[in-house]
Write a protein that binds this ligand. Structure first.
Ligand code: NAD
Length: 485
């Protein structure tokens, strides 16, 4: 795999690549080898200023386009992304270390879905006519202005487009700051949007660490911030945005429950648990990392889980056969190794995995702990790695209470053949994105986001449009104004 597709400079501002070597060096490390494959520079205050100035100016032009024409640019970009899926998937694999068999179907394709979906909706963004007898009110859906997107490292292409597509469809401009761990992919999206006809400056990319993000969030030119990241970062960004009453979308962490009842199809439930814990080497916010399994089927479930997990092909993510790649970075690997120690110390039973693999790169074997109890650290904290905690339960009410006993509320899943029970239980679970007899599907048509500490607002679906636009209402009086004096 070559890196011919690699972006040519650190930032993308006002329609072109921009380099400023005075910004701090950010190494880009390929997680499968531990070797540096690229270097970008953090945006200096001057670079951030250029990006925001470009966005501000371009938004005034973009909002004057007809929504249909705006939508056409997005759908054209979607087509270019699909045409270049292989090249973009390879770059995603280099940026994140995720297996090519995943990135070919889950990253650029998901980005294209978002651009296509919101491109299609753009022309349908209308207001209402509200009759009041002789008088009437009409509403207008207006963009917010300049939006800032800040990304996590697990899905760099998808996150950039899940934010940019609805923002741009509504007539906003965006400055996107990728995670410093995976800075490359968003630059290609910026390039492709220009090729598709987007006016310069409507979508810009600036690299940097948290402080660059903080500079963007607090700038008075910015009207909205959409963050995908951890809860501690979310609290800081939300507070900074609140100080100036800026709109926010917060897509944060989780410790989601997956509940497997005694009548579940075991193979499907095991498949759901594998997808919900080991896909992307476990680095997915909505993962069902607390797998509650009814005691009556527990051993059968664990046996099949161990057998199927043994079939995982752990290897170089560039190989077609590889189904488990490395952790994104050495730092993340060390965090996860700490949780493996914690699980053992707390007395959980190791069913499989539990260790770093003896090879180059940041590999951790897919790990299952059984006999996990609610008080254990691995049942309470987000690990963000391939570590599944299996907990026992006997009773429906009890398992619902335990599933909800977390500050998080991103996702939840239920496996059962009893459909009444499925809907009853899902109805009582405190989570934003739920699954029945499935796990972790995220089609662009469905709202995605969390409750409680897992976030504010929704991405994807028509709901996202509400988070990138605001309503103006206009009262129209047809007769005379009756004033008291
Ligand atoms: P992180 O919170 O460390 O960083 C996220 C982004 O915020 C990065 O781009 C970082 O540079 C930036 N940032 C850090 N401090 C900032 C500040 N003070 N102001 C502005 N920006 C700042 O998260 P991460 O380690 O990159 O990603 C992992 C986390 O993201 C996990 O908790 C995971 O659950 C969450 N996540 C959530 C979703 C979702 O959609 N809900 C998706 C993926 C990841």
């Amino acid at each position: 795999m070559s890196i011919d597709a690699q972006p040519t400079a650190s930032h993308f501002i006002n329609g072109q690549y921009v380099e400023d070597p005075s910004g701090a060096e950010i190494p880009v490390v390929f997680a499968a080898t531990g070797k540096r494959i690229a270097t970008v520079h953090a945006g200096t205050p001057d670079v951030v200023d250029q990006a925001l100035a470009a966005a501000k100016a371009a938004q005034a032009e973009w909002v004057a386009w007809s929504p249909r024409d705006r939508g056409r640019v997005l759908t054209r970009a979607a087509q270019i992304i699909r045409d270049r899926n292989e090249e973009l998937s390879q770059l995603e694999t280099l940026d994140t270390g995720k297996p090519i068999q995943e990135t070919r179907v889950a990253d650029a394709t998901s980005a294209a879905d978002a651009l296509e979906y919101f491109g299609g909706l753009a022309a349908g963004l209308t207001g209402e006519h509200i009759p009041l007898g002789e008088d009437w009110v009409y509403t207008v859906r207006e963009p917010l202005g300049v939006c800032v997107g800040i990304g996590a490292w697990n899905y760099p292409t998808q996150i950039a487009c899940w934010k940019a597509a609805p923002a741009l469809a509504c007539g906003n401009a965006m400055v996107f700051k990728p995670s410093e761990t995976t800075p490359l992919c968003a630059l290609k999206i910026a390039e492709i949007l220009i090729e598709a006809g987007l006016p310069k400056g409507v979508f810009n990319v600036v690299q940097g660490m948290g402080e660059t993000g903080a500079q963007l969030v607090t700038d008075p030119r910015v009207n909205k911030v959409s963050l995908t990241g951890s809860v501690p970062t979310g609290k800081k960004v939300y507070a900074a945005a609140a100080a100036e009453m800026k709109h926010v979308t917060m897509e944060l962490g989780g410790k989601s429950p997956m509940i497997v009842f005694e009548d579940a199809d075991i193979e499907n439930a095991v498949g759901g648990a594998i997808l919900g814990n080991f896909y992307s080497t476990g680095q997915i916010c909505s993962n069902g990392t607390r797998v509650f399994v009814h005691r009556a089927i527990k051993e059968k479930f664990l046996t099949r889980l161990a057998e199927r997990t043994a079939q995982a092909v752990i290897g170089d993510p560039r190989d077609d056969a590889t189904s488990i790649g490395p952790m994104v970075s050495e730092a993340q690997m060390n965090i996860v190794l700490g949780y493996l120690d914690k699980g053992r110390e707390d007395g959980a039973r190791l069913v499989c995995g539990g260790e770093r693999l003896d090879r180059d790169g940041f590999y951790i074997a897919p790990t299952v702990f059984a006999d996990v109890t609610d008080d254990m650290t691995i049942a309470q904290e987000e690990i963000f790695g391939p570590v599944m905690a299996v907990l026992d339960f006997d009773d429906e009410d009890d398992v619902i209470a335990r599933a909800n006993a977390t500050p998080y509320g991103l996702s939840a899943g239920v496996f059962t053949r009893d459909l009444s029970r499925a809907h009853r239980v899902i109805g009582r679970l405190q989570a934003g994105s739920c699954f029945i007899n499935s796990y972790n599907d995220a089609p662009v048509e469905a709202p995605f986001g969390g409750v409680k500490m897992s976030g504010v607002g929704r991405e994807n679906s028509k709901a996202a449009l509400d988070h990138y636009s605001q309503m103006k209402s206009v009262y129209v009086r047809m007769g005379d104004v009756e004033a008291p004096f």
